[in-house]
Write a protein that binds this ligand. Structure first.
Ligand code: NAD
Length: 296
């Protein structure tokens, strides 16, 4: 049993903390939202009234927060309260620069640190089947592993500080681009009189095969569990895809990498978001390509 504090108990952090409780850890939680604290308490998390009180006894602190600015603000406080050897893990999806700054703060306070963003969404967080992509020292990774295993199925050490965030934004850039590609193919098929099922049957067993097609098909029918069958309720909201694509483009600019399709995908998801569709699943971009949502 490890004493673990979870900061940020939202859609992802709440169920992740509950899985740590289920694995037998002593879990304390803190969130700015009283509703989130209450929901976590109902699942066995001891709620703390302040950040300071939440971390007082913690051996491990996990943050699951919206953006880099939130993580840096919380970690700036955490390191003033920390003890040497304490382990700090950030599971949020944030920019690589902020992740590296957070590691530097931890190192200055003699704490171990890991950036460990996740994929698998809210269903993976509930089921404890997330994939963790981790960046940091081997020592930090090995100490984190048993904690992460209570929340996920696959844990990959991607490299040094920031490597987890780098892997996350590269993966999601592939996903954004591939979803648009699959949607364009269905829109073209419609205009050529080819049925959804026929395109699916061919492409899913041919060189066009990819996750966006076979697990998350953007038209209703071929993959019954995909959000297209539920009027594009997320799933993975378009606004979150836009956030990750923007992070990939910031990183590409900063590092000088050429990512023209990533840039185009960010623009298209930006358009979808400005049309008020950010709360829908990211596969709903097919409706914009068909011209069903307002065109700018
Ligand atoms: P969320 O908005 O549901 O939860 C964030 C929580 O952080 C909120 O409850 C908020 O009150 C709390 N918070 C904000 N500032 C705080 C502070 N200073 N102290 C304490 N609590 C604070 O977001 P989420 O969906 O849980 O996502 C969290 C992170 O996980 C994001 O970085 C997101 O990109 C990433 N992510 C989300 C998904 C998904 O499907 N939702 C999938 C993969 C990764």
């Amino acid at each position: 049993m490890t004493r673990i504090t979870c900061i940020g108990l939202g859609n992802m952090g709440g169920p992740m903390a509950a899985n740590l409780v289920a694995a037998g850890h002593a879990v304390t939680g803190f969130d700015l939202s009283a509703d989130m604290l209450k929901a976590a308490a109902e699942r066995g998390v001891s709620s703390a009234p302040t950040l300071e009180q939440a971390v007082v006894d913690a051996e491990v602190v996990i943050t699951m927060l919206p953006k880099g600015q939130h993580v840096l603000r919380v970690w700036a406080t955490l390191v003033t309260l920390s003890r040497p050897g304490q382990l700090l893990i950030d599971c949020s999806t944030i920019d690589v620069d902020s992740a590296r700054k957070a590691h530097q703060m931890a190192a200055a306070a003699q704490c171990l640190s890991l950036d460990a963003p996740v994929s698998g969404g809210t269903s993976g967080a509930e089921a404890g089947t997330l994939t963790f992509m981790a960046g940091g020292s081997v020592e930090a990774f090995e100490r984190s592993r048993p904690v992460l295993e209570a929340m996920g199925r696959k844990i990959v050490h991607c490299g040094d500080d920031g490597a987890g965030q780098a892997a996350k934004i590269c993966n999601n850039m592939i996903l954004g681009i591939s979803m648009i590609g699959v949607c364009e193919a269905f829109v073209l098929a419609e205009s050529l009189g080819l049925s959804h099922q026929a395109l699916f049957d061919v492409a899913s067993t041919s060189s066009g095969q990819c996750w966006s097609l076979t697990s998350y098909c953007p038209v209703p029918g071929p993959v019954p569990a995909s959000p297209a069958n539920k009027d594009y309720q997320p799933g993975f909201a378009a606004a979150l895809m836009l956030k990750d694509l923007k992070l990939s483009q910031e990183a590409a600019m900063a590092s000088g990498a050429a990512t023209p399709l990533g840039a185009a995908a960010a623009q298209l998801y930006g358009m979808l978001d400005r049309q008020g569709q950010g709360g829908r699943d990211f596969s709903a971009i097919i409706e914009m390509l068909r011209g069903k949502t307002a065109v700018e």
